[in-house]
Structure formats: structure tokens, C-alpha cells
Design a protein around this ligand. Structure first.
Ligand code: ARG
Ligand code: ZN
Length: 466
């Protein structure tokens, strides 16, 4: 895969065409003249995202037929140019593009691997807001990630399981497919009557006519493309508003309902508990989608509405709920920093167990620490997984949580919780990097934590105990 990517990047054009002084930059993300780059500059996924603009809003109008597996889509993106643009890319894999307009003018477009290259009639000046409309259709399917797992539009026997981390958004809509770019989303999804289409945020309306039902969903708080979903199936739907005014929408495949019910019942109390720890829940909507899908081997923290391929256990629900703060509201700028998502969500599981009659976090830590030096847990450091194939490995989740436990032991419980809460508050709806987190921990604790973080986050092999 890396070789093919390198070839694609080479084909994308010589950096030497750029103005003097701009060519030494970020390699893959370097822009050439007034052309938006083909990637956001993330070394793990060089073609993910695009340079030259930011998307503030996606309007996605979709129709899906589970029988034929045909998807019909219109995507309207409201974006702003961050440089002069004679040309820019969107990420879209597969599917057929039938038309592209930029500000209502027909735009030239071509496909190049996962890039949809758009040339507007006239160049867009820097700072200009513009609107891109893409009409497309076809039979979507998942991409295979570097670790071998499927992600994107995954057909099921009664619809589709739609999960996008890290790359899958581009399998069902044209996107600036990198968490660096966050946007609001409106979804209008039409499915055969009897099916339910579940996306993110608040359900704005549901109308049935001529044997088809249209669902309108609105995700107003910023969201990364990989957290979008449009999962379709025959679901049992449960809707209610919590005491805190949170709108909950659970969609459950009847085949999973009996097993899922006792866990889903705990969602409000889990979110309340996490709000006490991490600060206010970031969204107006909550809920879950429990599908009966081909086993994908993971759950996903789809924003406001985590997605499970079968009935989850409570620890998984706690994990995906914690991601609403860590991962969804506070997003990555580089996939390399993935421990900021997975280590934190895993540590939330430990804290939950500790405060609900289970083993202490110390016990969870000790059990892991007892693993021999050759164990996969120590295969690579969580702060530097090394490639996109390793971002969802045990070192990221388990040793990532161990980093936080070591931090807690070094600064004490009160300061530790203040660090977590301050992190979630200061970077709410935005982004955070590992360097920003370690700086915040030092600032809040007044301690020099460089060696702790260096040892636990970045050192190869099993760390020696301090
Ligand atoms: N973020 C998900 C979690 O909660 C894992 C997603 C894994 N994705 C994948 N394509 N393997 O742990
Ligand atoms: Zn996770």
C-alpha cells in the first residue's frame, strides 16, 4: 500500500512547480501553485483529506435501496478557500459522479484513484466561500484498512452498516476526509418504507410517501467526516428525552434487542457519570445504533450515536460514550496521536469499573504490566504507532490507558481529573495534539512530566517501573 500511495503522490504533480519557498513543505501536502493538494499531509494516510479549503457544512441527500444496494446521492458542500484555487480535490472512492457544480456553474471533474479532482470555471480567490454540488450514484462498498478491517459502507441483509474510521467516509460521500476538518452536517435519507435510516444528531423529521420514508437528521456541532453515519436497517426505535434535556434515539435490530436492552438502559446514567468527570456532554443528541451486521470486529463512536455491529457489553458502551468527549469533540490533527482517543476511552472503562464495584484502575494496570516483555502490548509505543496499520492495536488502547494511569499516580486524583476536564473543555469542538496534552498536564500539575511521558508514550519495549 505505501508504495502505491507514493506512486499516486508522484503522479499528483511535481512540487517544483510551486512558487519559490513553498516546495520544501510537508511533502505529500505541499501545494503546487494554486492547486489544492491531494492530501491533508497526514503521513499515515497521505491521500486522506485535501489541501486548500475547509468545509463548514455538508448537505447530504441520499436514497438507498437495500435490495439492489444502489445509492443515489447529492452532496452540497459549503467551503472556504484557504489559498487561491484553480483546482481542488475531494475524496471519493468508487461510485459514479454524474455532475459537479461550483457556485452553480458546471465544473470540470475527473477521477484519480480516491481523488475527485474538480476544476471550477474560474479560480477561487483565497478566503472566498464557495459551494460545491456533486451528484453521484452506484453500489457502495467498504474499503479495507491497512490493518485488514473493513470500513465505510458495509451492506447488511436489511440495509447497511456505515462506519468510517479512519477512511470510510469517502465510500459514500465526497468529503474532505481527515479529522483536521470538522463541519456541520444535514442528512436527508430516503429508504423503503419499513426501513430506518439513522444518521448523527437530532431527528428533524420523518415522512412516508409512495412506499418510501425520508429521514432528516441535523448534526449542528462540528463533526469529522469519519464520525458520520447513515446506517440503514429494519430497526426497533426508542426515543426519549433525559432529565437534562438530551434527546436520545436508539435504533436496534430486533435480533439484538433482548441482549442490548439492559445495556442501553444504562446510557443516560453512563453519560451523566462521564459528564461529572469530563465536563458537560458536548451534544444535544445521544443514542446508539445496534445492528445485526457482518462482524467487523469493532464498534465506532459515530458522533452522538455510537454504532455496534451486535449488542454491546457495558464496557464498550462506556468506551464509545467517552469518545464523545475524547475523539469526537476533541479531535485528532494527525492519526499518529490516536492514543488521545483510544487510550482515553479505555481509561474511562477502567474508571467506570473502579467506581461501580469492579476492579480498580490500579489492578487493571498491574495485570497488564505483568505481561512479559515479548507480549504484543509492548510491540510499539502508543505515542508513535509507526503506521496506519497499527493505530487500533493493543499498545494504543491498553498501553495508552496505562499512560494516563501513570499520570494519575504522578499528579494525584484531583489534579488528574482536572487535567481531563480541562482538556475536554479547552479543546471542545476543536482539536488537540499530544504535545498540547502533555503541556496542559504539566501546567495543571506544576510538575515536570517529560520523562514520564517519554517513557510511557514514546519508548520502545516494556517500560521500567519508576
Ligand atoms: N474507534 C473505534 C473504537 O472505539 C475503533 C475503530 C476501528 N476501526 C477500524 N477500521 N479498525 O475503538
Ligand atoms: Zn475506541
Amino acid at each position: 500500500v505505501p508504495v502505491a500511495v507514493a506512486a499516486l503522490l508522484a503522479a499528483a504533480g511535481p512540487a517544483a512547480a510551486g512558487p519559490a519557498g513553498s516546495t520544501g513543505s510537508a511533502g505529500s501536502s505541499g501545494t503546487t501553485g494554486s492547486t489544492g493538494s491531494a492530501g491533508a499531509g497526514d503521513p499515515y494516510f497521505p491521500l486522506a483529506g485535501n489541501g486548500g479549503y475547509h468545509v463548514s457544512r455538508y448537505d447530504l441527500t441520499l436514497a438507498y435501496d437495500p435490495k439492489t444496494r444502489h445509492l443515489e446521492g447529492t452532496a452540497v458542500l459549503t467551503a472556504r478557500a484557504t489559498q487561491r484555487l484553480t483546482r481542488f480535490d475531494l475524496d471519493l472512492k468508487g461510485l459514479k459522479v454524474t455532475g459537479v457544480t461550483v457556485d452553480h456553474h458546471k465544473a470540470a471533474h475527473r477521477r484519480d484513484g480516491q481523488e475527485l479532482v474538480v476544476t471550477p470555471r474560474t479560480a477561487l480567490r483565497e478566503g472566498r466561500e464557495f459551494r460545491v454540488t456533486v451528484t453521484y450514484n452506484g453500489v457502495p462498498g467498504p474499503v479495507t484498512d491497512p490493518d485488514g478491517s473493513p470500513d465505510g459502507w458495509i451492506p447488511t441483509d436489511d440495509g447497511a452498516f456505515v462506519a468510517g474510521e479512519p477512511q470510510g467516509a469517502m465510500t459514500w460521500f465526497p468529503a474532505n476526509n481527515h479529522p483536521e476538518d470538522k463541519s456541520s452536517y444535514d442528512f436527508t435519507i430516503t429508504v423503503p418504507q419499513g426501513h430506518t435510516a439513522v444518521a448523527n444528531g437530532v431527528l428533524r423529521g420523518q415522512r412516508t410517501a409512495h412506499g418510501r420514508t425520508t429521514f432528516r437528521w441535523c448534526q449542528s456541532e462540528p463533526m469529522a467526516a469519519y464520525l458520520a453515519t447513515a446506517t440503514v436497517g429494519k430497526f426497533k426505535v426508542e426515543q426519549y428525552t433525559t432529565r437534562d434535556g438530551l434527546k436520545v434515539y436508539n435504533a436496534v435490530d430486533p435480533r439484538e434487542a433482548a441482549k442490548a436492552a439492559p445495556v442501553l438502559k444504562k446510557l443516560p446514567s453512563v453519560l451523566e457519570w462521564e459528564s461529572r468527570l469530563f465536563g458537560p456532554y458536548p451534544y444535544r443528541a445521544a443514542g446508539s445504533v445496534v445492528d445485526h451486521a457482518p462482524k467487523v470486529g469493532y464498534a465506532l463512536e459515530t458522533q452522538t450515536r455510537p454504532l455496534y455491529d451486535s449488542a454491546p457489553d457495558l464496557a464498550t458502551l462506556v468506551h464509545e460514550s467517552a469518545h464523545q468527549w475524547f475523539g469526537d469533540s476533541v479531535s485528532l490533527t494527525r492519526w499518529k496521536d490516536i492514543w488521545l482517543n483510544e487510550g482515553f476511552a479505555t481509561y474511562a472503562e477502567w474508571l467506570y469499573a473502579e467506581q461501580h464495584g469492579g476492579p480498580s484502575a490500579q489492578k487493571a494496570f498491574d495485570q497488564l504490566y505483568a505481561r512479559p516483555a515479548g507480549d504484543g502490548l509492548w510491540a510499539y509505543p502508543p505515542g508513535d504507532p509507526g503506521s496506519g496499520a497499527k493505530i487500533f492495536g493493543t499498545p494504543v488502547y491498553a498501553r495508552g490507558a496505562m499512560v494516563l494511569h501513570e499520570l494519575r499516580r504522578a499528579v494525584g486524583d484531583r489534579t488528574f481529573l482536572r487535567i481531563l476536564r480541562t482538556w475536554a473543555t479547552e479543546h471542545r469542538y476543536g482539536h488537540g495534539t499530544t504535545a498540547q496534552f502533555t503541556a496542559l498536564a504539566e501546567r495543571e500539575s506544576g510538575k515536570d512530566l517529560k520523562s514520564l511521558f517519554h517513557t510511557w508514550l514514546l519508548t520502545k519495549g516494556k517500560p521500567k517501573k519508576a
